[in-house]
Design a protein around this ligand. Structure first.
Ligand code: ARG
Length: 494
């Protein structure tokens, strides 16, 4: 019964799939139609489009532009369309130019002429500006949530490894010993800053463009502040031309996403190196590795490589929209339709990468012994050995020279500094005494680094405590963040 009614409605609707036929005497060329159409991708914000229409309708009725009966009918129609699409009874197809046409045509098909009043005081220009903003705003939050989950995992690793020694590198050459907690802690800082960038973007973008009309507002007495508050915005945007042609917030978001990918990619690069046969610092779990079709021994870090690789397409989205926007005169121009596909792709890519990366690092095994052995080799204590001599009164520049000669000697002997006998040490400088061994042990080298931000376990524990506290508070829970936002867009589906 329902489905045959629906079929009838669908037939009527198809004749209204285009919203602007009146002025034209010819059919649109099919290739032009296809080139122009956006429904294949803007259906991504179908829910936001319906939500915006619901709020617009409620506001029109409050202002006396629609009667209560008209409002009730339109709302019933809109929620019915949403339900049918969600239940799979109604499909969004390519016959419609865009998602706005799909909703409006189906509304009219369902409730008749009163549906034609929905678009009063509105243009697709402010409508699409709203839809994209609602969609993006939600994805800013979803991305932030994934980052927070990653931070939880990183902090867990840090807590476990405040005394797991490893070499710290510069130029990918062993430099000074650090701990795994300290190394991972560097990424904690990066992803924490990424979250704060998202927070800034959220608050800056959280203004409602609906009511800007095509570009110059409308002659209807719309209550834009009311619409804005129902949708959980801070308020309405203040210039209607800017409202329909601002895409800065997408540029900012894509820039933040690019930075997240850059951070993920650096970390992936390190994991690929650490997982190599030569390093063996870590072993990626079987569930996050892949094999070779020809070489039976292979276990490849494909996930890390793919995250590193996908960074390029997210940067691409940023460069693309920057370039699209740079020559557009005010106000709306169709170029701006190009803001969607690559942005959607970038958002999905980053969310996928964050989730997979988190799983990979959570299940990864850290070979503590191998890391520690590596830190003990390669003269990571050379600076501390020089500092030891400074402590005995040798000027630093001289100490640097003495330890340099010592290192040369060690390379010839294939030994580390602390493997030399006290006689051998004294041959190079009589200043050395028995206490040198204690002074340049791996443990001492790390533990002596006690200023805040350094790898010494005391300092590290204090930083970890601060991070723990940071993770108990969440900017997303702050009071009134969404004002009166309607339920559905807040279902944070991933
Ligand atoms: N699909 C269009 C876009 O994404 C919607 C706005 C259409 N407005 C117009 N004046 N043709 O930008």
């Amino acid at each position: 019964m329902i489905s045959s009614n629906l079929d009838l409605i669908k037939m009527e609707v198809m004749s209204m799939a285009q919203l602007w036929g009146g002025r034209f005497t010819k059919e649109t060329d099919q290739l032009v139609y296809n080139f122009n159409a956006s429904v294949s991708f803007d259906q991504k914000f179908f829910r936001q489009d319906i939500e915006g229409s619901i709020v617009h309708t409620i506001m029109l009725a409050k202002q006396g532009i629609l009667t209560k009966e008209e409002k009730d009918e339109i709302l019933k129609g809109l929620t019915g369309i949403r339900q049918d699409v969600e239940d799979g009874k109604l499909t969004i197809t390519e016959e419609y130019e865009d998602i706005h046409s799909f909703v409006e045509a189906n509304l009219i098909g369902r409730i008749g002429d009163v549906g034609k009043k929905l678009h009063t005081g509105r243009s697709r220009n402010d409508q699409v500006a709203l839809d994209m903003r609602l969609y993006t705003r939600l994805e800013v939050l979803n991305t932030d949530t994934l980052l927070k989950e990653l931070l939880q995992t990183l902090l867990g690793i840090m807590e476990e490894h405040t005394q797991t020694y490893m070499p710290g590198f510069t130029h990918l050459q062993k430099a000074q010993p650090v701990t795994l907690a300290h190394h991972v802690g560097a990424y904690f800082e990066m992803f924490k800053r990424d979250r704060s960038r998202l927070k800034d973007i959220f608050y800056r973008m959280n203004y409602c463009p609906l009511g800007a009309g095509a570009l110059a507002g409308t002659t209807y007495p719309l209550d834009r502040a009311y619409t804005a508050s129902l949708l959980g915005f801070e308020g309405p945007t203040l210039n209607s031309m800017d409202s329909v042609s601002d895409r800065d917030y997408l540029i900012e978001f894509l820039s933040a996403l690019s930075t997240i990918m850059m951070h993920l990619s650096r970390f992936c690069e390190e994991i690929i190196i650490w997982n190599s046969n030569e390093y063996r610092f870590v072993e990626i779990d079987d569930a996050y590795s892949t094999g070779s079709s020809i070489m039976p021994q292979k276990k490849n870090p494909d996930i890390a490589e793919l995250v590193r690789g996908k960074t390029g397409r997210v940067y691409g989205a940023l460069i693309s929209i920057l370039t699209t926007m740079k020559g557009i005169p005010l106000a709306y121009n169709k170029d701006m339709q190009e803001d969607k596909e690559l942005t959607f792709d970038a958002i999905d890519t980053v969310k996928g990468c964050l989730a997979l990366f988190e799983g990979m690092i959570r299940t990864m095994k850290f070979n503590k012994d191998v890391m520690e052995k590596s830190a003990a080799m390669g003269f990571t204590n050379a600076t501390d050995a020089a500092d030891y001599l400074v402590g005995k009164g040798v000027p630093f520049r001289d100490a640097h020279g003495i330890i340099g000669r010592l290192v040369l000697f060690c390379i010839e002997k294939n030994s580390s500094i602390d493997e030399l006998s006290i006689e051998e040490l004294k041959d190079i400088s009589p200043v050395f005494e028995e206490d040198v061994y204690q002074a340049i042990s791996l443990k001492t080298c790390v533990e002596k680094r006690l200023t805040i931000g350094a790898p010494g376990p005391e300092a590290m524990r204090e930083v970890i405590r601060m991070h723990r506290e940071y993770l108990t508070k969440d900017w997303q829970d702050e009071d009134d963040m969404f004002g009166g936002m309607l339920g559905e867009t807040m279902d944070k589906e991933r």
